[in-house]
Ligand binder design. Structure first.
Ligand code: ZN
Length: 258
């Protein structure tokens, strides 16, 4: 059984619970709300060993204070370049999170774009990428530029193809509707939509995805594809000279997509 479990929060957030090997301890990723975590941990027979957060938005960090009241002294890891209360360990690019008692070790990647200081955690073939890369989508550019986000996504896309992508939201079906508007003839996207619809009909998560899949279907990782460029140029009404401008146009298109 995959030692990464999810707790649902709010409308469509996933709080990831990474179970340590041979312990009853777990790491919580982006606990935006404490209540569903406090409800789930006893059911899973797990206690938290640490909190990891990816960026400062409330739906990712809102549960930290309450969790610390229940588990005083719990280490809280988060981005060095964002102001987040209760962070005990500030992380910058290339830093590591090593929890030997749990057999867990992650490398930190700075992936600005959605927010200025957003970080992702990579290890054991798992990627916890918060609101940077979604299945079939990517985060909105609230603080960063299209160039920053494009570079951040390129870094994530360069990880091994079998990497499991644990993003923080169940946005997949809505993202696929947009992806198929950009690339209506993408057979992999059509096949994945059928699979995702079946999962959601059973109220199951479509996450984790894999990087291999995202490279085939995610328009935000496919700015260099001729079909994506053509669709983006048609939307923008101008020639787009490089993949950053294609990415920027696709992001703007998605922002306005209903
Ligand atoms: Zn966010």
């Amino acid at each position: 059984m995959l030692p990464v479990l999810h707790v649902r929060a709010f409308e469509d957030n996933y709080i990831w619970v990474v179970r340590g090997t041979s312990t009853r301890m777990a790491v919580l990723v982006d606990p935006g709300d404490a209540a569903p975590v406090l409800d789930a941990l006893p059911r899973l027979d797990l206690a938290p060993a640490a909190i990891l957060c990816t960026h400062h938005h409330g739906d990712h960090v809102g549960g930290i204070a309450e969790l610390l009241r229940h588990f005083p002294g719990l280490p809280v890891y988060g981005p060095a370049h964002e102001a987040i209360e209760n962070i005990s360990h500030s992380l910058a690019d290339g830093d590591r999170v090593d929890l030997p008692d749990l057999g867990i070790s992650f490398r930190v990647l700075e992936v600005p774009g959605h927010t200025r200081g957003h970080i992702a955690y990579y290890g054991h073939g798992w990627l916890f990428c918060g609101d940077t890369l979604f299945s079939a989508g990517c985060g909105r550019l609230f603080e960063g530029t299209a160039g920053q986000m494009h570079a951040s996504l390129a870094r994530l896309a360069a990880l091994p193809a079998d990497t499991l992508v644990f993003c923080a939201h169940e946005y997949t079906l809505a993202n696929l509707r947009f992806a198929l508007t950009v690339e209506p003839d993408n057979a992999a996207t059509r096949a994945y939509r059928r699979e995702a619809e079946a999962l959601r009909t059973r109220n199951e998560a479509t996450i984790p995805s894999t990087l291999a899949r995202e490279l085939q279907i995610n328009p935000f990782l496919r700015s260099a594809e001729p079909d994506v460029r053509r669709a983006a140029e048609k939307y923008a009404g101008v020639a787009l000279p490089d993949s950053v401008s294609v990415f920027a146009a696709v992001r703007q298109w998605k922002d306005n997509f209903r």
